[in-house]
Design a protein around this ligand. Structure first.
Ligand code: TMP
Length: 212
């Protein structure tokens, strides 16, 4: 039986991922595709509990390695209890952030050994890979200004310095460049409808267009 497809959204703070993930969900449902919208950190009861440890409190609350392990602990629960069952049930899973966020934030941003992150990825995910990853890209200052206007308490990463956010943006660019078959860079400086057109364009050409 065919499985569903797995789409992830990635990007820095305030890039508009959640809005675009929801809009894509509505667009796919209108085409009679069963959709599960989820997010990281979170997406299962256990992972949502771990999320609170990660996104609240002081920037220096965790050692970078502890933080990496917490993200993977949450991800393991999320994959086992939410993502895999939905894909097996032929749902298209749209996930707001996934493992590329750990590579960008904890690897490029906080300096955790990327080979160690790759090892955790292999153990926790096995062969699970997104079919398509959409990187919503915009200048760091623009994203942080947008994010600051909407947050209620979940701002631990936003309080990290600009250099950290520049490093993770650079990280997302490198990840996307290394894996062009999976990744599409989206210009998120445009208005929300124009960004959605780019997102839909990528989904149609990568996942819905008939095989060439
Ligand atoms: P959100 O703001 O997109 O809901 O994500 C919560 C925060 O968690 C965001 O600041 C990015 C951060 N994060 C990481 O640092 N590493 C990860 O692996 C994930 C999934 C998120």
């Amino acid at each position: 039986m065919p499985r569903g497809r797995f789409i992830t959204f990635e990007g820095g703070e305030g890039a508009g991922k959640s809005t675009q993930a929801q809009r894509l969900g509505v667009w796919l449902k209108a085409r009679n595709i069963d959709v599960l919208l989820t997010r990281e950190p979170g997406g299962s009861p256990g992972a949502e509990a771990i999320r609170q440890l990660l996104v609240t409190g002081d920037a220096g609350r965790w050692n970078a390695l502890t933080e990496t392990l917490l993200h993977f602990a949450a991800r393991n629960d999320h994959v086992l209890r939410t993502i895999e069952p939905a894909l097996a049930d032929r749902h298209w899973v749209i996930c707001d952030r996934f493992v590329d966020s750990t590579v960008a934030y904890q690897g490029y941003g906080l300096g955790v050994d990327r080979a160690f992150i790759a090892m955790l990825e292999k153990s926790v995910l096995g062969g699970l890979r997104p079919d398509l990853t959409l990187f919503l890209d915009l200048p760091v200052e623009t994203g942080l200004a947008r994010a600051a206007s909407r947050r209620g308490g979940e701002d631990r990463y936003e309080t990290m310095d600009i250099a950290f956010h520049e490093r993770l943006r650079h990280g997302f660019h490198e990840i996307a460049a290394r894996d062009p078959a999976r990744c599409v860079l989206i210009d998120a400086t445009e208005d929300v409808d124009a960004v959605q057109r780019q997102v839909i364009g990528a989904v149609v050409s990568r996942l819905l267009a008939p095989a060439r």
